[in-house]
Design a protein around this ligand. Structure first.
Ligand SMILES: NC(=O)c1ccc[n+]([C@@H]2O[C@H](COP(=O)([O-])OP(=O)(O)OC[C@H]3O[C@@H](n4cnc5c(N)ncnc54)[C@H](O)[C@@H]3O)[C@@H](O)[C@H]2O)c1
Ligand SMILES: CC(C)[C@H](C(=O)O)[C@@H](O)C(=O)O
Ligand SMILES: [Mg+2]
Length: 367
């Protein structure tokens, strides 16, 4: 039987609190359904820096590479504000993405019916929302060289980041977006800033060519990324799949998070290319939110983004589509029943903490 080995990297802040709920779900699936997962914990982020002076150790990096899937909590926090840039907590996540070649980051923004009134936008704007942001994750300004601060010698310094995209990177991420669109509403909107960036001109060109050559059955629109941000807030239901670069994808997915009621709701999957022989993809699943230092340790974090990230893991890494659907239905049912963590609380609902929310979702999943 194929292995189902999960490498767990809870990280910092609310990361371990949210991951604890997924660990309970994994144990329940093993005990009650015989799912056969094995797990091992590692360190990433600030806790890894405290333990061995790096945001992820080489040993844990090897374990991540060897696992069938990685589950990642969150990293960062004020405690590590002063550590050197190269070993800051976020560097651990960036190394995982780069070394595992996780170029495709899928960030679905779904507004659960029970939360349509919790968004900061009008109910009719977000009700029934189901969009997917496909963010390029291993290129662009995150990794382009040079990336440095230089001393100009006249009392001035210059900070430099470099946005770089090659044809193959744009081709493969747009291919992922078009393929996924075919399983949804068959519509892709590509976002860049070709009006000011050369990389945007190339992005637009390559997406258009890829569409023409292989995916002309899919509807394709192009939008400037700033206008895209505005349209996401004005009328998000016009979108199905959005494909965009690393930095725009980071920002647009935080905007999309609020359409769903809270950033504590948004899961994501970071996927590599399928192996030529085994067809397996390297994969890491992580909530879109960060370590939320302002609420860490209080037991009030919303674990849904982390639990929904595990549902994506069941679907994309293990083909356990039925179980993935059941986890997502359990989340919807618990919200329908009126349970809310603080971030999505509204009048007449029942406020619960992280653990109670996790317990309720697991109980519903098993029922
Ligand atoms: N993937 C990651 O590990 C990741 C992602 C984003 C930010 N970060 C890091 O996290 C740290 C804090 O960043 P930030 O404050 O800008 O973003 P954040 O996502 O941690 O928090 C933003 C706001 O959203 C709230 N929030 C986030 N997740 C929540 C949840 N599950 N339940 C309830 N409320 C939630 C927080 O309390 C906070 O008010 C920084 O060090 C940043 O670099 C890490
Ligand atoms: C923590 C940080 C490196 C990360 C990013 O910028 O990609 C985060 O904001 C995200 O959205 O996953
Ligand atoms: Mg982000």
């Amino acid at each position: 039987m194929a292995t189902k080995h999960l490498f767990l990297l809870p990280g910092d802040g609310i990361g371990p609190e949210a991951m604890a709920e997924v660990k309970k779900l994994i144990s329940a699936m093993n005990d009650k359904l015989g799912s056969g997962f094995t797990t091992e914990d590692g360190l990433v982020g600030g806790c890894a820096y405290d333990a061995h002076g790096a945001a992820i150790s080489d040993a844990d990096m090897e374990k991540a590479m060897a696992a069938d899937a990685v589950l990642f909590g969150a990293v960062g926090g004020p405690k590590w504000d002063a550590v050197p840039y190269e070993v800051r907590p976020e560097a651990g996540l960036l190394r995982l993405r780069k070394d595992m070649e996780l170029f495709a980051n899928l960030r679905p923004a779904i507004c659960y019916p029970a939360l349509a009134a919790s968004s900061s936008l009008k109910q009719e704007v977000v009700e029934g929302l189901d969009i997917l942001i496909v963010r390029e994750l291993t290129g662009g300004v995150y990794f382009g060289e040079p990336k440095q601060i230089i001393d100009l010698g006249n009392g001035q310094k210059r900070g430099i980041d470099t946005q770089v995209y090659d044809t193959f990177e744009i081709e493969r991420i747009s291919g992922v977006a078009f393929e996924l669109a075919r399983t949804r509403k068959n519509h892709v909107t590509s976002m860049e800033k070709r009006n000011v960036m050369k990389s945007g001109v190339l992005w637009n060109e390559v997406v258009t060519q890829t569409h023409k050559a292989r995916y002309s059955d899919v509807k394709l629109d192009h939008m400037l990324a700033d206008a895209g941000g505005m349209q996401l807030v004005r009328w998000p239901k016009q979108f199905d799949v959005i494909v965009t670069d690393n930095l725009f994808g980071d920002m647009l997915s935080d905007i999309a998070a609020m359409l769903t009621g809270s950033i504590g709701m948004l899961p994501s999957a970071s996927l590599g290319a399928p192996d030529v022989k085994t067809k397996k993809r390297k994969a890491l699943y992580e909530p879109v939110h960060g370590s939320a230092p302002d609420i860490a340790g209080k037991g009030i974090a919303n674990p849904i983004a982390m639990i929904a990230s595990f549902a994506m893991c069941l679907r994309y890494s293990f083909g356990m589509v039925d179980e993935a659907d059941r986890v997502e239905s359990a989340i919807a049912a618990v919200l329908d029943a009126g349970l809310r963590t603080k971030d999505i609380m509204s009048d007449g609902m029942t406020e619960v903490g992280t653990v109670q929310m996790g317990d309720a979702i697991i109980a519903k999943f098993l029922s």
